[in-house]
Design a protein around this ligand. Structure first.
Ligand SMILES: [Zn+2]
Length: 490
């Protein structure tokens, strides 16, 4: 058998500045897609599964990016055209395996993932099964399910099972292609939109919801049962939590399973609510804590959720309170250029951060010695994305009073200790580590963190959803509408 593999992977924060430049995407064409084999990655997992099952994996195109703002229409449509053309020119195929995020928005395509699967369906017709592996933060809608045969969702946040879920998708795709099973999926979406910080899957209530899903799978009642936490920062109708159940040809059973688990999620919503610490209190608490590292979690500037990574609220407060032994990464191309001009050992005088938009604090004036300048390349050691390379762009380490400031050209989510280790910095020796994340930091830093403080910083990742100008989500929806009711009264 031959399965085409590929995808377009983007998580969209529709409140962030739109993407108009194709360079936001890393694009692997043809054979280059196969470089992801062996990595903890959904495309890599799909390729590995094909090889193990004796199926030829036919690479097409894989375009991915950091979480960003809405993708410009011509960029999205050009990528989609290329995916379609490469599938057409791949010759006879027995199945398609797509690695998508599930919360992508492009101009003119509010459900871009559905648009991708629909286009692929048009190209291959009804006779070729399509499997899709999506992120835990996917905002899943019925149109994507209608066009796909199989959808798997990561069961972990921080994400550690990308490859495994894609392997599951390919295994079910193979059984479907051989006519052994006839997957049917039910989707139930209670009116709830929990923020990322309330979605940690190693803690209740998500831990319990996923344990229940796995129990149902283990019992053999369903082929796949998934709970996708959803992504609240995409202002689209399908934003929010999704429960999916896929059975072998039994739609009523799929619906009953999904409804039951959705009710359980709805009833647990209050335990998904989060309460963060004001900036000044958080910094005082971190300074007073004996030993370290203390993680100051910059929730408002959660890079993995599409923020610019240049939020300054914590930098300003750390300097104001005279913190010692703190480290913080800020994306600021302009400041990196100034540091490079000053050179190693030189003096940097610059205003740092707060330059992308008005959501993430003001630029902060700093004066410090440049300790090092590097190319900002490193490879994830895991558990998240192990083996996947990262390019932060030119990166300068600058000592500013008691704060080690790492300036990068590109925003980079802080899920892995290699981000600092690759710069010769030992994370365990830091007293305070600022992470621009909600939950993702736990993958790399969880094992070494002595204490963590979630900070109510301003920004496009803020847990205070009432501060966002929503126009397209379903209303009423929890937590924006405390009185949201479900099931809806008849
Ligand atoms: Zn995610």
């Amino acid at each position: 058998m031959r399965f085409a593999v590929g995808g377009i992977f983007n998580e969209t924060n529709t409140f962030a500045a739109p993407v108009t430049d194709i360079s936001a995407f890393t694009i692997r064409r043809g054979e280059a897609c196969l470089d992801l084999a062996g990595a903890n990655h959904s495309l890599g997992g799909a390729i590995d599964a094909c090889r193990e099952l004796g199926i030829e994996a036919v690479p097409t195109i894989y375009a991915d990016s950091l979480a960003t703002g809405t993708t410009a229409r011509p960029i999205f449509e050009a990528l989609l055209d290329e995916l379609a053309e490469r599938i057409i020119s791949a010759g006879p195929l027995d199945g398609i395996a797509l690695a998508l995020h599930g919360a992508m928005v492009a101009e003119g395509h509010p459900d871009a993932d559905a648009a991708i699967v629909q286009r692929v369906r048009e190209v291959v017709g009804s006779g070729v099964p399509i499997a899709v592996a999506v992120d835990f933060h996917a905002n899943i809608g019925q149109p994507m399910l209608d066009a796909a045969d199989i959808v798997t969702v990561y069961d972990t946040y921080p994400h550690c099972d990308q490859a495994e879920r894609a392997r599951e998708a390919v295994a079910l795709l193979a059984r479907t292609a051989r006519g052994e099973i006839r997957p049917v999926t039910a989707l139930v979406k209670p009116p709830m939109m929990p923020v990322p910080q309330g979605q940690h899957t190693e803690q209740p209530p998500f831990r319990d919801l996923l344990a229940r899903a796995h129990e149902i799978e283990a019992r053999g009642d369903a082929l796949i049962v998934s709970v996708a936490g959803g992504f609240a920062y995409a202002d689209v109708p399908e934003a929010g939590l999704s429960v999916l159940a896929t059975t072998d040809g039994d739609p009523a059973l799929a619906h009953a399973i999904a409804s039951d688990l959705a009710r359980q999620a709805w009833n647990a919503r209050d335990r998904m609510a989060v309460h963060n610490v004001p900036v000044a209190d958080a910094v005082a608490e971190a300074i007073a804590f004996p030993g370290g590292p203390v993680m100051l979690v910059d929730v408002g500037d959660n890079i993995g959720g599409g923020t610019p990574g240049d939020g300054t609220a914590l930098l300003a407060e750390l300097l104001r309170q005279g913190a010692r032994g703190a480290i913080m990464v800020i994306a600021d191309r302009e400041a990196v250029a100034l540091a490079a001009r000053a050179g190693v050992g030189g003096l940097l005088e610059a205003t740092v951060g707060g330059k992308t938009d008005r959501w993430h604090g003001d630029p902060v004036p700093v004066r410090g010695r440049v300790r090092s300048i590097g190319d900002g390349r490193w490879v994830h050691e895991g558990p998240e994305w192990a083996g996947v390379p990262v390019e932060m762009g030119t990166t300068a380490v600058v000592d500013v009073d008691g704060v080690t400031l790492v300036l990068t050209e590109r925003a980079t989510a802080p899920g892995d200790q290699q981000q600092l280790k690759s710069l010769g910095i030992t994370p365990t020796e830091q007293r305070i580590i600022v992470v621009k994340a909600a939950v993702r930091w736990r993958g790399g830093y969880g094992p070494i963190a002595r204490h963590a403080i979630h900070v109510d910083t301003p920004g496009l990742g803020s847990a205070n959803l009432a501060g966002f100008p929503y126009h397209h989500i379903r209303r009423p929806i929890w937590p924006l509408d405390a009185d949201a009711a479900w099931p809806h009264p008849a």
